[in-house]
Each structure stands twice: as C-alpha cells, then as structure tokens.
Design a protein around this ligand. Structure first.
Ligand SMILES: Nc1ncnc2c1ncn2[C@@H]1O[C@H](COP(=O)(O)OP(=O)(O)O)[C@@H](O)[C@H]1O
Ligand SMILES: [Mg+2]
Length: 244
C-alpha cells in the first residue's frame, strides 16, 4: 500500500510581487525519490523554498502527510518532518564535524542528541572517521554528506535537496547519489533538484520537469529519461541509453 507524503496543489510562489512558480501540482509517494528537472532559472529552488516556507506563496495548497502546511512557518514545517538542504555550503566551516552535528541537534531535547548523532554516524561512517576534522577542510562531497546528516538528525520524513552534487567530482557525485539512495531506503521521501540529470534520474523513481515555473512533464524516471524532448534538452541529445 502506498501513502502520499507530499501533495502540491496548484502552487504559485515567488518573491515580493513576482510569482515565479505557477500553478504547480505534484504528488510524492512516501519513501520514493523524485527528481525535479528544469533549466537554469526555471524556478526549481523557488519551489523547494515554497515547500519549506521561506518565500512567498501566492496561492495553492501544500499537504504534508495529508495536512495543510502552507500557512505554517518553516520551523513548524521542520518540526513536522520537512527537512531542507539548500544549495551551496551550509555547515559551520571552522567547527569540527562532531561540533557541526551537535549544532544540528539544537532543536532536539538534550536527551536525544546522542542517539540522533549515533544514527547519523552509523548511516554515514565517514562522519565518525572525520569527527575531529574541521568541516571546511573536507572535500565538497564530504561537506555535502555532513549537511544532509545535519538535517537528517531531526528525523524528517521528507528531504528536499537542492543541487547536492553541484561542484563535486564525478566520483563524489556518485557517492552523494549513493547516500541519497541509502536515505530513501530508510523510508524518507526525497525531492531532489540536480544539475547531474542523468545521475539523479538513475536513482529516482519519479521525475518532474519544470519549464518557466510551470510543470512541463511528470512521469516515472525511466519514462522521462527516455523522452526525446528531455534527452535533447537535458541529456545532450544523442546519449545512448539502454532503456530500463
Ligand atoms: N531571492 C530572490 N528574490 C527575487 N527573485 C529571485 C530570488 N531567487 C530567485 N529569484 C528569481 O526566480 C527565478 C527562478 O530562480 P530559481 O528558483 O533559483 O531557479 P532554478 O533553481 O530553477 O535555477 C529567477 O528568475 C530568479 O531571478
Ligand atoms: Mg536553483
């Protein structure tokens, strides 16, 4: 039996007086990975921010686990299980990995910190190995994993990831995708925006395509990956692909 984790109903969102995302609807099943594709400036980050509540929602509804959250402040959405890892670096670079993880626990009752951190170092053993390393001295991929862990500490059931593999070497991109799969395997629903379209689609169940703020296409990751328009626009057109 499948359950709906997130439902977007005609979401129109943006900044100030400017709607960027328009009438965007989507449906995410619990425990699945969905890639959100779209060109530069299409409005992908704007949609993630709207789900987390850090920009302006003009109209539409956002249902998380069946309940409307669109009027709640971000911290209340976080408390209910919406986790967001924004684009770019967002750790405390001069602090060690261990200190960053402790900072990540600040909204949890003290008695739960140790267990929460233990779950993260079990899920990502790298963080135990690098416990005393200054976060800013780690590779981009390692920092990305730390940042995902800092959000996962709070036990979200939905994880919004904005360009987690941006700027990473191909090998580290693969590591980040493997981590995302590991996270989803624990039952977390993932919505991921990625410049590495091919890599993201390979780990995804579903895909949403946004063009100029509007939903252009929606389907299984395999359908979207083999669609001629998508191959032309996002996969370099002539990439040979064995259909899944
Ligand atoms: N903080 C902001 N204030 C005003 N406009 C913004 C802001 N962030 C993004 N925009 C505008 O929203 C549009 C979509 O941006 P964004 O959602 O970041 O696109 P994407 O993530 O798909 O590349 C762009 O035209 C951008 O200029
Ligand atoms: Mg963006």
């Amino acid at each position: 039996m499948s359950t709906t984790a997130l439902e977007l109903e005609a979401v129109t969102a943006g900044y100030g007086d400017n709607p960027i995302v328009r009438e965007f609807s989507a449906h995410l099943e619990a425990g699945t990975i969905t890639t959100l594709l779209g060109g530069n400036g299409a409005g992908k980050s704007t949609l993630l921010r709207a789900i987390y509540g850090t920009n302006r929602l003009f109209s539409g509804r956002i249902l998380f686990k069946g309940k409307a959250i669109e009027r709640l402040p971000p911290w209340e959405r976080l408390r209910r299980g919406v986790g967001f890892v924004p684009q770019g670096r967002c750790n405390f670079p001069a602090m060690s990995v261990g200190e960053n993880l402790k900072m990540g626990c600040y909204t949890l009752p003290g008695a739960r910190h140790e267990a929460a951190i233990g779950r993260m170092t079990d899920l990502f053993p790298l963080l135990r190995e690098k416990w005393r390393t200054e976060a800013g001295n780690m590779s981009g991929g390692e920092q990305q994993i730390l940042e995902m862990a800092m959000v996962l500490l709070l036990g979200p059931s939905l994880l919004l990831l904005d360009e987690p593999s941006l700027g990473l070497s191909p090998r580290m991109q693969g590591d980040v995708f493997a981590m995302v799969q590991r996270i989803a395997a624990t039952g977390v629903t993932v919505l991921i925006v990625e410049q590495n379209v091919r890599g993201a689609l390979l780990i995804s169940d579903r895909a949403l395509v946004m063009e100029q703020g509007r939903r252009f296409m929606e389907g299984s990751a395999a359908e979207v990956r083999t669609d001629p328009r998508i191959r032309q626009a996002y996969l370099g057109g002539n990439i040979k692909e064995t259909a899944a």
